[in-house]
Design a protein around this ligand. Structure first.
Ligand code: SF4
Length: 170
């Protein structure tokens, strides 16, 4: 249960940050459709943690390929044409966690949808955009009031903070 909660921290923060913010398309790598052998995937035993960045998360799977460790994020919904930004940034955070935890930089990560797998290159540009987002999230966390940044009732209905949120639309 603790693992699940920790894994959800990264996801929740990204979804919250991402909601309504201007799309940061610049520097985001497109996804490459790939075939992967899921039999080689192993579940990580523990969450990964980078104290300096106060970042934690647990990829759904880690796969070893040619001495590299590749994180895999599993999504349940149908594959979009291209992975959503929030999925890419979540995967990028796992790439960062893998690099800091194992001392090996993953060249890419995998987003696994039921009907398609995408490889997302972990480029220096993606890493830099991720670090900007983490810094911005930390700034927002220190603020007492952060305005709602979207007009989506559905998003509020699915939000775990809805009961305590004065900005909720539902
Ligand atoms: S309930 Fe509040 S925190 Fe959750 S999505 Fe809506 S505005 Fe954002």
């Amino acid at each position: 249960m603790l693992y699940l909660a920790l894994a959800l921290v990264v996801l929740a923060l990204f979804l919250l940050w991402q909601s309504g913010r201007t799309r940061r398309a610049a520097g985001l790598p497109g996804g490459r459709v790939i075939y992967t052998d899921t039999r080689a995937w192993g579940k990580p035993e523990r969450p990964l943690y980078v104290p300096g960045l106060a970042l934690t998360g647990k990829p759904d799977y880690l796969v070893e390929q040619n001495g590299k460790i590749i994180p895999v994020e599993v999504k349940s919904g149908r594959a979009p044409q291209q992975p959503y930004d929030s999925h890419i940034y979540q995967l990028a955070s796992y790439c960062l966690l893998v690099e800091k935890s194992y001392g090996k930089r993953p060249p890419y990560g995998i987003i696994h949808y039921p009907d398609r797998d995408f490889a997302i290159d972990y480029t220096p540009e993606l890493e830099s955009a991720l670090l900007d987002i983490l810094a911005e999230m930390r700034r927002d966390e220190r603020r007492e009031n952060v305005e709602r940044s979207h007009e989506s009732r559905a998003r509020c209905q699915g939000c775990g903070y809805r009961q305590d949120c004065e900005e909720s639309l539902s």
